[in-house]
Design a binder for this molecule. Sequence first.
Ligand code: GLN
Ligand code: ZN
Length: 753
Amino acid sequence: MATPFIATILGAPRIGPNRELKRAIEGYWAGRLRRSELEQAAEDLRRNTLTSLAAAGLDSVPVNTFSYYDQVLDTAVLLGALPARVLSISDSLDRYFAAARGTADVPPLEMTKWFDTNYHYIVPEIAPDTVFTLHPEKVLAEFAEARTLGVSARPVLIGPVTFLALSKAVDGGVPPIERIDELVPLYSELLTRLADAGAEWVQIDEPVLVTDQLNDATELAHRVYTEIAGGTRRPAIVVATYFGGLDGALVALARTPVEAIALDLVAGDVQAVRSIAELADKLVVAGVVDGRNVWRTNLENALDTLTALQGSVGAVAVSTSCSTMHVPYALDAESGLDDSLRTWLAFGDEKVFEVATLAAALRDGRECVAAEIDASNSAVASRAGDPRLHVDAVRARLSAVVTEGAARSPASERRRAQDARLNLPPLPTTTIGSYPQTPDIRNARAALRSGAVTAEEYQQQMRDEITKVIRLQEDIGLDVLVHGEPERNDMVQYFAEQLDGFFATENGWVQSYGTRCVRPPILFGDVVRRRPMTVEWSTFAQSLTDKPVKGMLTGPVTILAWSFVRDDQPLADTANQIALAIRDETKDLQGAGIAIIQVDEPALRELLPLRAKEQGSYLEWAVGAFRLATSGVDDATQIHTHLCYSEFGEVIGAIADLDADVTSIEAARSHMEVLEDLNSVGFSNSVGPGVYDIHSPRVPSTEEMITALREAMNAIPAERLWVNPDCGLKTRRTDEVTAALQNMVAAAQAVRP
Ligand code: GLN
Ligand code: ZN
C-alpha cells in the first residue's frame, strides 16, 4: 500500500477568509475584473489554503476542493455532462458560469441542497444523448500546483455513485444511476492520469452511501469500487463518506481492494466499525473532529475512539468528519466572543489544529499533547457548567407547557372566529413578508453599524420604508398586508440577535451556494426572549392602514436549521425552547391587536434525517415545536405558515399536521402538484399556492396567473384558497414587484366566484 498518512481533513473552504473569492467572481461577472485577475485571486486563495494546511501539520492535504461555483458542477464538467444548451458557449469559464446562473438566453441548471447541510449544489442534467467523456484539466492542474508548492496533495473527486444519484434525468432519459457502467471506465482512466502525474493517494467522495436514497447502495458500492480499484496503475484510494454512518455499505466497501475508507465518526458509530474483520488491512480515516458544527472537540473522547479503532483496523488516520467548508474559517476574526464562549468553539483553522494534535498523540503518545488535552478538558467543563446553558426558568416553563399540551381548538371553530373578525373577500390576496431590500435599506443598516446614524435615525428610516410599502400594497389593492421586513438583515439572524442563548458572528461566513455566503448564528445556550422582538414594527405598520397587517415570525425548525446548534442536548429540546420564545411573541402581537401572524418554516424539509428510520421521530418533534410556537393564541387570531425551497413529498403529512390556518407554499414551478399531495393526506385548512415564481425577474402576466389559479381551484375549493407569490420579495426590484403584484391582484379578481 502507499504510505499511509495520519492527519488530514476531507476538504477545505474556498470562499476566502474575507470572502475574497466572492468579490473576485462578482467583480468578474460585473466586468470590473479581468479574467486574469480572477484567476490570480483564485490561485492566491488555493496557495494560502494548501500551504497553511501543510504548515499546520497535515501530512495529506486535499486538493481540487477549490471551486469557482460548486463541486458537483465541477464534476459534471469533469465527466462531460453539461447540458447541450450551454455547450454552444465556447469559452469554458463562461460556459461554466452560464450553467450555474444562466444567461439572457440560457436558463441555468437547478440547485438543491447538499444532503442535510445548508450548502446548495448544481443538479446535473443527464439526457439520453449525454455522452460521458473525461475532462481532467482542473484536477490535474490543481494537483500540479500543489506539487509545485511541495505539498503532499491528495486529489478529491466526487464518486460516480454519488454523482449520478444527485443528477436528474431530462428529456425522458433513464434514471441516471442506471448509467453507472459508463462512468466506471472514466474514473479508472482518470486514476491512471493522476498516478502518472505523481498522485500517491486520491479521495473519492461517496456521501450518498450514508442515505437511503438508493435501493441497492451496498451492491453498487461493492461492484463499482471492485472495478475502479481493480486497475493496476492508480493512486491508493480513500472512499470518503460523511454526514452519517454507512450501515451495510461499510462491509461492502471493506470487501473491495480500496486502500482506505473515510468515516464520519461524529454522526456514525465506532462500534460498528470495530466488528468488521475486512478492515484489518485498511486505513480508516477517522472523522472524529466535527467538520460541520462549531464546537471544540473533546480530545480525550476523540482519542479514546481512535485508540479503540487502532486495535481492529489496519491503520488509523485522524480527520474531520467532512469538509470544513461548512464552518467559518477562523475564530480569531471574532472580536465579540466572551472568554468562555471562545474556548468552547473551533472553526476551520482550529479544527485543523485539533486534527494535528490528535495525530501527534497517536504517533508520539498522549503525554506529548498533555497541554492541549488539558485545555480541551477545561473547555468541556466550562461549557458544561456555564449558567447560560441551564436556565431553570426556561426549563420549568417548558415542561409545564409541554405537559399542558399545545393544542388549539378544531380548525373549523377557529375558522368561524377568524372569518367573523377579518371579513376578507374570497381568494384573499397577500404576499409572503419581505419587500425589496433596496440599496437605501442596506445603506441605512450599514450606517447604523458604523455609527454614522443613531438608532433613532435608523428607526425613522425603517418607518419611512414601512410606510412606503404599506401605501404600495394599498395602491395595488392587496387584501392582507405585510410591513415588508426592511429591518431584517436575515430572517434567522434578526431573531438570533435578540434572543439570549445565541451568538451572532461578525465574520463567520460559510458558502451557501456559488458566491452567496451566510453567517449562521451560534445557538449555544438556553433560549430566552428578553422582550418583544417584532411588535413595534408590526403595530406601526398596522397603524397606517385599515387592512389587516400580518405579523411575521420565523419558526423554530428554520431557526435551528440555519444556525450552528448546541450538541449537548437533543435538537428537539432546543427546538422547543425556541418555540417558547416565538409563542411569547405571538401572544404579544395578538395583544397589540395583530389579527394574523405568519410563522415561516421554509426549512422544515431541510432537517429531515438522511436515513428513513430516523425521519418519523424528527417530523414528530418538528411539528410539535411549530405547534408549541403557534398554539398560544385565541381562535380569532389566524396563524399562517410559509414553506418553500423543496420537494415536499416526504414531509407533506407533516405540513398538514402543522395545522396552520393558512399555508402558503411554493408551487409555481411544480404546477400546483403539491395541492393534490395535500389533498391526499386529508389537509383541509386554507392554502396559498404560489401563483408565480419570484426567483426570476420576469413579470408574470395576468393570464398565466389566472391559469395557475384555475388549476389550483381544480384541486382546492375557492373558499380555502389564497393568492400569493411563492416566496418573499426581498431579492427583487420594486418595479418588478409592483407590476407582478398588480397582475396578481387582477388575476384574483378575474377568478373570484
Ligand atoms: N417571510 C420571509 C420573506 O418573505 C420568508 C422567506 C423564506 O421563505 N425564505 O422573506
Ligand atoms: Zn419562501
